[in-house]
Design a binder for this molecule. Sequence first.
Ligand code: ZN
Length: 85
Amino acid sequence: MRLMAASGRTKQDVANALGRTINAVAARAMATRVKFRSIRRPHEQKVMFRRRCLRCRHLFDVDSRYRFVCDLCHALDEWRGADLG
Ligand SMILES: [Zn+2]
């Protein structure tokens, strides 16, 4: 099973091949610390953070962990900065 995991099989593949349930394979993998390739591929999706805007307190989604205000407040900040500057 370790070899199958190393060759990029998913738990489902191994479960089918061994005639076991996916839960049995998962439990065995956990016990033997075998790393399976995930069926989902989260790295292909853009990571979005949901956070609360520090300015207007509305929830918003942002793709950067360094953004703390929503698009509207961010635009307002830029506008205000330009006005002052
Ligand atoms: Zn805001």
